[in-house]
Design a protein around this ligand. Structure first.
Ligand SMILES: [Zn+2]
Ligand SMILES: [Zn+2]
Length: 264
């Protein structure tokens, strides 16, 4: 499910759910006070003429709110971006439901992002790599920056793409080919995970591969393996997922495995 991050579209697509959660939260006196303070802070920012932006903030598990916040100020080496599309990852849903060990509230979620440079409304799209490694430790220097102990991930440790603007490191910007829509380009990060896993598994043309799980990553894995020439089957305990992904299975010549009881 993709959400364009202009605030108008967020409101159209998500507001009923958010209103519900806001109502639940308003039953809690503490949260009500927080919301009151936020309204004051919004007026405060406007009074001081800080440029502000709209964001979707997770204040605590199951409590999302649309808030005005000051525009992010890029650190050295970073650039200010306008978010064009931001996918909702399964991890975002889990964080909304129960939080996450790396998450400090309140937080603007969103780590699967496509954006443009701020002030360049017709310019190049970029997929934004969400990892921010230290670049100096032994793991970073040996090309294993994904194992960096100081890794800070956009949308986890720092604010992410569910806002109008985002500050990101210049070196994290991957130019998107012009034929690719921003909604698809936002999926570069999970696709990259699937392609990396495939590389490690050394699946080659002509080999038979069974992918268990027809969610986003399973479908990326299956379609990428098929492009490499593998003979791919896909199974899922939930037959509904196999039915929903039929078009993609046909497109990439993937065989679904249906069983009467959902087992393999
Ligand atoms: Zn994700
Ligand atoms: Zn490092």
């Amino acid at each position: 499910m993709i959400s364009r991050c202009s605030i108008q579209l967020i409101q159209q697509a998500e507001l009923p759910a958010i209103s519900t959660h806001v109502q639940i939260c308003l039953a809690c006196h503490t949260t009500f006070i927080i919301f009151s303070c936020l309204r004051v802070s919004c007026i405060f920012f406007r009074f001081l003429s800080f440029p502000i932006m709209n964001t979707l903030v997770l204040r605590k598990p199951r409590c999302l709110s649309i808030e005005s916040r000051p525009e992010p100020q890029p650190f050295p080496g970073e650039v200010l971006l306008t978010v064009v599309a931001c996918a909702i990852c399964r991890t975002d849903a889990v964080m909304w439901w129960q939080g996450h060990r790396d998450l400090v509230f309140p937080r603007v979620l969103g780590h699967e992002i496509c954006a443009r440079r701020h002030g360049d409304p017709v310019g190049q799209y970029y997929a934004v790599w969400p990892g921010n490694a230290c670049g100096t430790c032994s793991r970073c220097r040996s090309g294993n920056e994904h194992l960096c102990q100081s890794m800070r991930i956009t949308g986890f440790h720092r604010d992410g793409g569910f806002g109008e603007l985002l500050s990101a490191s210049e070196k994290n910007l991957l130019p998107v080919p012009s034929a690719l829509s921003p909604e698809l380009a936002a999926l570069a990060e999970p696709l990259g995970c699937a392609v990396h896993a495939l590389g490690r598994s050394r699946v080659s043309a002509g080999e038979r591969l069974l992918v268990y799980g027809a969610g986003t990553l399973g479908l990326f894995l299956a379609s990428s393996a098929s492009v490499r020439g593998a003979k791919v089957s896909i199974a899922d305990p939930d037959p509904e997922k196999l039915i929903k992904s039929r078009d993609l299975q046909r497109c990439f010549n993937i065989s679904p495995c249906f069983t009467s009881d959902g087992s393999l």
